[in-house]
Design a protein. Sequence first.
Length: 301
Amino acid sequence: MSTQGSGTKPGQGQGQGNGSGGVNKSLCAAIQMASSPNVGANLMEAARLVGKAAEAGARLVVLPENFALMGQHDTDKLAHAETEGSGPIQEALARMAAQNGVWLVGGTMPIAGDAPGKVRAACLILDDKGRQVGRYDKIHLFDVNVPGSEEQYRESETIEAGCRPLVMDTPFGRLGVAICYDLRFPELFRSMAEQGMDLLAVPSAFTAKTGAYHWELLIRARAVENLCYVIAPNQGGFHVNGRETFGHSQIVGPWGELLACLPTGAGVVSAEVDLEQMTKVRRAFPVLEHRRLSISRECCR
């Protein structure tokens, strides 16, 4: 396992209460993969890496976007779509969470939607007993031509967009979930901050070209503007379908500090999330309380 971070030892910080049934300090982990069209092989690799994270003391583990399937063709995901509550990918996620005793943010997987010929890019959240306790469907779909390259992406041809942000209670604080291209839409995260978000999980499959310019910039911006922790696992490597993803899975603190990063290759990064320290930062630098949107609009008239 490749790990860089705060130097937290396995289990450190567990059991330190924050007064609301959770803990002030928890070790959190981001998983980096280079997923293939072989769902079975991807699930085995994900289980191995989640196990490594748990052995190191992680209590919250986040998988990357498309962890279970990076298809040869965009339409491949349709053949692997599952109904919520049933299917081999969901069963595998439940086992990973329950066997390792971790909360698991399950990257993305194809869940049957309402639109014909399309699926939802769904991120399932499971507790440490393997029970699904939350779901977020990707809102912003990656329909772009990458400048300076011949790369083109049209997620909307096979994916039906979600419409509801997710912020939920966990033992580690209020958790917000977003996916990859969502990172470019700051209004989403400000709405999540208004719901009390403490930490943000962003499963991603950022391309090598866009990632080189914008990956860390966007992650740190979302952390700084919302004074929250960001756990950002990414796909990282060359894929059978010819795509190259950027890697550099990382965890960033509420002051924008890089706590852990894995540049390339499959592995795990982990760092300590300290809610008490985050609260001190927010009290000393109360930017979230200083918003004056109505005045800003008047000044622009």
